[in-house]
Design a protein around this ligand. Structure first.
Ligand SMILES: [Zn+2]
Length: 410
């Protein structure tokens, strides 16, 4: 069972019964799940977690669903890879990569969707829906297929082919909308008012968003129940960023970690869609919406729902929110692949590029234990690097041709 008390407004603090709702009827603030932490504390321990399944459901008491693993494709518990070669290249000390490319549909979205659709089944919904920049589309289509739910997935019509095919293959309804993500999102908000569907990032959003906490739980467990000093997280809506911070804090709240976290939580955006980084740089707490223009389409949310909360989390944790250019994104993808053998999508390039920028400016320090989150697989966005990489040589199938091309000494 879930140790959930209520939904609580993040603005005014009023509480509401658990239901498929997402905004406060008093102040229109976003709702968040409120837990019975004493009950969770009694129900969980490091030993029980370690004996659990190798996926997000090992942390079921800290998630807001009654039926635990109701929709389970094996999301989560992805490798935390020590990245010494990347660290050396950037002049850093201890760097780890949370490789979330290795989820069932190859992005971190499987964590949030598994939670969202488990909750949707609990509420009795028959149809799952979402607005997506691609990764969420993949994940909702796959998990809906697995759960026997109908699906309606809405995407901008200019999405990368690698994300269209990998959604359509699961057989649900895929609707390409002539507009950007913010247009698609607005349409879904309207549809949510007229259709009894589980919109994972609208009426199921308070539950859905909780799935991202597992990135923090796993990081700490995989570091041997130790906090990192500094994490770098990509920012689209800002939800994942704020939930990773919440995850670190909850581990302390429920007694799994005796010390309170002092983790610096830094954020990464693409310059072509950087409303949160811009507000951070200007020292403002007002997010000015932008029209996205970047190759990092999975982060291209011009009006980020959790932007304000991300700024607040950065300020409270002494984090930094920085942005990088499209060229730096491509360089980031290639740097991670070349040094660590991990192929991230454009959002991964944003994160690695930002890490490089913060390392060179001294804002990430060599004495810090750093974890970066690489949240989607590079095969989804090969357009980003296909003009930059290819065969080292093309030769006739003979030894002579090879030797002529490669004058090797060993
Ligand atoms: Zn409120």
């Amino acid at each position: 069972m879930a140790y959930v008390d209520a939904l609580r407004c993040r603005e005014c603090g009023r509480t509401f019964d658990i239901a498929p709702i997402f905004t406060c009827e008093w102040c229109f603030g976003p709702l968040e799940v409120a837990y019975d932490y004493d009950a969770i504390s009694a129900a969980t321990s490091r030993e029980r977690i370690e004996a659990g399944p190798a996926n997000i459901w090992r942390y079921a008491p800290l998630l807001p669903t009654d039926r635990g693993d109701a929709v389970d494709l094996g999301a989560g518990f992805t490798p935390l890879v020590r990245a010494d070669r990347l660290a050396a290249e950037l002049g850093l000390g201890e760097v780890w990569v949370k490789n979330d490319t290795l989820n069932p549909t190859n992005s971190f979205k499987d964590r949030v969707v598994a939670v969202a659709l488990s909750k949707a089944l609990e509420f009795g919904f028959k149809t799952a829906s979402c607005a997506s920049t691609g990764n969420l589309a993949n994940s909702v289509a796959a998990h809906a297929a697995h759960a026997g739910l109908r699906s309606y997935v809405f995407i901008p019509s200019d999405l990368e082919q690698g994300k269209v095919v990998t959604t359509a293959v699961y057989g649900g309804n895929l609707v390409a909308v002539e507009g950007n993500y913010d247009d698609v999102n607005r349409l879904c908000a309207e549809l949510a008012g007229t259709h009894e569907w589980a919109f994972v990032n609208v009426n199921i959003r308070p539950y859905y968003a909780e799935g991202s906490k597992t990135l923090a739980f796993e990081t700490v467990e995989q570091l041997g129940w130790q906090y990192p000093d500094h994490v770098v997280v990509p920012i689209a809506s800002g939800s994942q960023y704020t939930k990773i911070r919440k995850g670190f804090e909850e581990l302390h709240t429920v007694g799994l970690m005796p010390e309170a976290p002092e983790v610096r939580v830094s954020g990464a955006q693409a310059e072509g869609c950087s409303p949160v980084a811009t507000a951070f740089r200007e020292g403002s707490d007002i997010i000015r919406p932008v029209k996205p223009d970047t190759i990092a389409k999975s982060l291209a949310i011009g009006n980020p729902a959790d932007g304000y909360f991300a700024l607040d989390a950065a300020a409270q944790t002494n984090g930094v929110i920085e942005s990088v250019s499209d060229d730096e994104i491509v360089e980031g993808i290639r740097l991670l692949a070349r040094t660590e053998g991990i192929f991230g999508e454009t959002a991964g390039g944003v994160t690695v590029g930002t890490l490089a920028k913060l390392a060179s400016s001294g804002l990430v320090r060599p004495d810090e234990r750093v974890v970066i989150y690489v949240t989607g697989h590079g095969l989804k966005t090969i357009e980003a690097v296909s003009a930059h990489v290819g065969p080292t040589a093309t030769i006739e199938p003979t030894l002579e041709a090879f030797d002529a091309e490669f004058a090797l000494e060993d």
